[in-house]
Structures are given as structure tokens and as C-alpha cells.
Design a protein around this ligand. Structure first.
Ligand code: PLP
Length: 336
């Protein structure tokens, strides 16, 4: 079986396990775990921020970014397909009790929309909640947001007294896709979340980065949520190993995604596009699931719903697997 459901399926390599086994650890709730500290410092520095906080999941990193930036009843502006909105069980409304104001279409909001939302906001209209935070995601379903769009949107937020957060679960892929350092993608945001457990291949964890005060408050928030971890250096050492050794190899996943999309695009009834480490297949409306099921019968697992099937490339999937997957998909299409 060639499992292309997600890059969260990556497992620690033998060398990563060695780094974990040898990690020097302490009690991180007392701030005394050297491996966690090293990971936090290196993450902050790579992202061009003052500080970073190691957390169990990208979900928690996002929720802490929100928790620090917005008070109950304030607005967060986001895309309807952002992970924050659709994939975190509505935690934004449960934990921070904010009001999401959502756009759709392109993965960034146009100026006309931002201006109309700002015009009716806060002091200008007693009916409206106060806008607090503008949210972006890069990559967005594998797609890289152009830096010029990020800059336009973060500049708008700053000019209107809003904070900004980047959900950079796959920021490492965005940096590789754009051929810029990670700090360039994180630039202009008050807080940034990143995952170590996706394409980088670490077993556990994410980080929230920002200025020292943002991270100090997020550290308190992490404890509030029960996310204080004691000898977390055991897993942080895997994340640090991944950060140092696995970022550059992401380009291979991107190459494999292009290769796979090139092999299957235009086969009967489907179109395929590669975006960083993902292949997004367009199929007839309502047949995404049936397509994924047919692929699975031929040995390729993928996630399908609506008019889409998503496949994600990762370190365990080699060039041969890509060719095999393409052949299997071609056969599966004759089943439908
Ligand atoms: C995976 C993901 C997250 C959450 O990460 P978990 O570690 O699974 O909680 C957040 N945002 C985006 C865009 C993601 O893809």
C-alpha cells in the first residue's frame, strides 16, 4: 500500500531516534529542559523572531496565537477553509470566544474586502465587534501564498491596529517552494505557528514564535490548557534533528508531487495539479470519495471528498513509489 493521505504519517528515522535517545533532558515546566530550550531558540532564530514555545500540536500553537492576540467577543478575520476554522473543532469560539469573520475564494483577502470590513468596524459602528486579529495560512492546501500578498495584508492589518498570525504548519514547504529563508515567510507577522511533525518527520510537536511578550503569554496559556510537558526534550530532540536535517530534503517531496501530477493529469475524468508536497486531483462533483476508494482497492490511499482527492508526498515515498502510484491510479480509473 502506498499511503498518500498525509505527511503526518512520517515516522522518525533511525538517526532521529538516536538523537532522541541521547537527548539531555530536564523539567521543562521549570524551564530546565536543555533540548527543549535548544529547539525553541533555533526555531525562533530560523523564523527571525525573539522567542518560540514548544507545544504538543499545531492546533495548540494556533489556539495560543489566537488566545494571546484577541479577547472574548473580538473579531478574527480568516478564510473559511483555514485549519483554525474547519479543523480545530471550533476551539476558537470555545477557548478564546472570538467572532470569526470569514472570506472565501483566493487564500488571501482582497483590499476591497478588507476596506469594507474595516469601514464598519469598532468605533465606526457601535453594532460591530472590534477587529483584533488577521489570520493567514502558508502553505494553504499546499499552495504557496505570494510574499507580496502577505505583505499587503499584514501592512493593512498594522495600519488598522490589528495583529497578525501566520498558520505556518507547512511554512517549511513554503520557504522551499519560494526559495527563501523561513524568516522571510514569517516576516511581518506578530505570531507564527510551525509544525515539526508533518513533512519534517518529527514524531511530536509544533511551535509558536513571536516577540518575547507574545511567547511569555503563550507559555502561560499553554499551562492553562494543560500543555506543560516535563522531560519533553525526548521528543523535542527529534524536532530539532528534523529542523536541522530534514528541511532541505522537502524539495524531493515537491519534485515527487510534480512528477505524480504530471503522470496522472488528463487521465479519464480527472485533472491533477501539484502544489509543494501535495497533488490535488479534480474529479466530478460528489465523486471524490468514490475515487479515493477505487485508488485504495488498487493500493494507493488518499483523502477524497466533494470534487477533490488529495495526495501528500513525504520522506518515505520514493521515486519508484510515485511511478507505481501513477500506474495504480490509471488502473483504478477504469473501475469507476
Ligand atoms: C496540520 C495543520 C495544523 C495542526 O497541526 P496538528 O499538529 O495536527 O494539530 C494547523 N494548520 C494547518 C494548516 C495544518 O495543516
Amino acid at each position: 500500500m502506498i499511503d498518500l493521505r498525509s505527511d503526518t504519517l512520517t515516522v522518525p528515522t533511525p538517526r532521529m531516534r538516536e538523537a532522541m535517545a541521547g537527548a539531555e533532558v530536564g523539567d521543562d515546566v521549570f524551564g530546565e529542559d536543555p533540548a527543549v530550550r535548544a529547539l525553541e531558540e533555533e526555531t525562533a532564530s530560523l523564523l527571525g523572531k525573539e522567542a518560540a514555545l514548544y507545544v504538543p500540536s499545531g492546533h495548540m500553537a494556533n489556539q495560543l496565537g489566537l488566545f494571546v492576540a484577541a479577547r472574548s467577543g473580538e473579531e478574527v478575520w480568516a478564510h473559511e477553509k483555514h485549519h483554525l476554522i474547519g479543523d480545530e473543532q471550533g476551539a476558537a469560539t470555545v477557548l478564546s470566544r472570538v467572532l470569526p469573520r470569514l472570506y472565501s475564494g483566493d487564500p488571501w483577502p482582497p483590499d476591497t474586502l478588507l476596506e469594507s470590513w474595516a469601514a464598519g468596524a469598532g468605533e465606526n459602528d457601535v453594532h460591530r465587534a472590534e477587529p483584533a486579529l488577521l489570520w493567514l495560512e502558508n502553505t494553504f492546501s499546499g499552495r504557496v501564498l505570494p510574499l507580496a500578498e502577505q505583505e499587503r495584508v499584514t501592512a493593512f492589518a498594522r495600519a488598522h491596529g490589528m495583529r497578525t498570525h501566520l498558520d505556518g504548519a507547512r511554512l517549511w514547504n513554503a520557504a522551499v517552494g519560494l526559495e527563501v529563508p523561513p524568516s522571510r515567510v514569517a516576516q511581518g507577522f506578530d505570531s507564527v505557528s510551525v509544525c515539526f511533525s508533518k513533512g519534517l518527520g518529527a514524531p511530536v510537536g509544533s511551535a509558536l514564535a513571536g516577540d518575547a511578550e507574545t511567547v511569555r503569554r503563550a507559555r502561560r496559556g499553554r499551562k492553562l490548557l494543560g500543555g506543560g510537558m516535563r522531560q519533553a526534550g525526548i521528543v523535542a530532540a527529534g524536532a530539532l534533528y528534523a529542523l536541522r536535517r530534514h528541511r532541505e530534503r522537502l524539495v524531493e517531496d515537491h519534485r515527487h508531487a510534480s512528477d505524480l501530477a504530471g503522470r496522472i493529469d488528463g487521465l479519464p475524468g480527472i485533472s491533477a495539479e501539484a502544489h509543494t508536497n501535495m497533488v490535488l486531483i479534480g474529479v466530478a462533483e460528489g465523486s471524490g470519495r468514490a475515487h479515493a476508494e477505487a485508488f485504495a482497492r488498487h493500493g494507493v490511499r488518499a483523502l477524497g471528498s466533494g470534487d477533490r482527492v488529495r495526495m501528500v508526498l513525504r520522506q518515505e515515498i520514493g521515486t519508484e513509489d510515485v511511478a507505481d502510484a501513477a500506474r495504480a491510479i490509471e488502473k483504478a480509473l477504469t473501475d469507476l
